[in-house]
Design a protein around this ligand. Structure first.
Ligand code: IPE
Ligand code: IPE
Ligand code: MG
Length: 249
């Protein structure tokens, strides 16, 4: 039943899902296509996953689209990825806006072409009152870069050392006001964080699948959410079952 609704209790639905959309290149190579064809297919898939996220009632989604390290790729690929971001804004913005998606950007805009920067800013402005889904697009994003910038701003603001707490640092990150991700999904099987949300991921649950991003469909998304719902998150404590056993024998 590929279209069955999410069969997990509402309090087990993650508030914030973050996705490392990986494997576009390998998906394309496997088909004898150029890597950019994989990125295009990945973008198509993003539409499906966005729609499913809204349907599943998940309020925050963060997607990793371009890392601070991805500048090291061949220039044609970097240019292609920039063009894809621009196309997505041009073609999808109206529908996203109609669906109640609030777009946000995390990362540095400065290095993007001025016209693209403006498009991103306009999209953020257009959708800022929407509240069905907050979509953070991590583009030219790096977790270390985010933390370095936070430290610089904390120092510039003259915050005394003893007032620097984990809560304060969180407020200085791009994700200020956004709950930490509950679930991080990484496609294509790589078992690493690749500089994604390194602070915010402190207690995230992971779901890694060998599926390449363009093939990660609604059904597998649902399976990831169901797997998440089964997890016993302890946050360094002990599970409720263990506590109950200790108290009641
Ligand atoms: C993820 O796919 C998309 C970006 C990093 C922009 P990749 O391009 O990393 O695909 P693989 O990992 O080479 O297969
Ligand atoms: C992480 O994927 C970045 C994005 C998905 C945008 P990479 O493909 O760049 O990560 P590594 O190089 O395999 O660690
Ligand atoms: Mg990759």
């Amino acid at each position: 039943m590929p279209d069955s609704p999410l069969s997990i209790p509402p309090d087990r639905v993650p508030q914030h899902v973050a996705i490392i959309m990986d494997g576009n290149g390998r998906w394309a190579i496997q088909r004898g296509l150029p890597r950019l064809a994989g990125h295009r297919a990945g973008t198509e898939n993003l539409r499906r996953i966005l729609r499913a996220t809204v349907e599943f009632g998940i309020p925050y989604l963060t997607i990793y689209a371009f890392s601070t390290e991805n500048w090291g790729r061949p220039p044609e690929e970097v240019e292609g990825l920039m063009r894809i971001l621009e196309d997505v804004i041009d073609k999808e913005l109206d529908e996203l806006n109609r669906e109640g998606v609030q777009l946000r950007h995390i990362g540095r805009l400065e290095r993007l072409a001025p016209r693209l920067q403006q498009k991103v800013l306009d999209a953020i402005e257009l959708t800022r009152e929407n509240n069905r889904l907050v979509l953070n697009i991590a583009f030219n994003y790096g977790g270390r870069d985010e933390i370095v910038q936070a430290i610089q701003r904390i120092i510039r603001d003259g915050i005394p050392a003893e007032e620097v707490t984990a809560e304060l640092v969180s407020r200085y990150l791009y994700t200020a006001g956004v709950p930490d991700p509950d679930l991080i999904i990484r496609t294509s099987g790589e078992l690493r964080i690749s500089n994604f949300l390194i602070w915010q991921a402190a207690y995230a649950e992971w779901y890694v699948t060998p599926t390449y991003w363009p093939d990660f469909d609604r059904e597998e998304y649902r399976r990831a959410l169901e797997a998440f719902a089964q997890r016993n998150r302890r946050f360094g404590g002990v599970s409720e079952a263990v506590v109950n056993r200790a108290v009641h024998g």
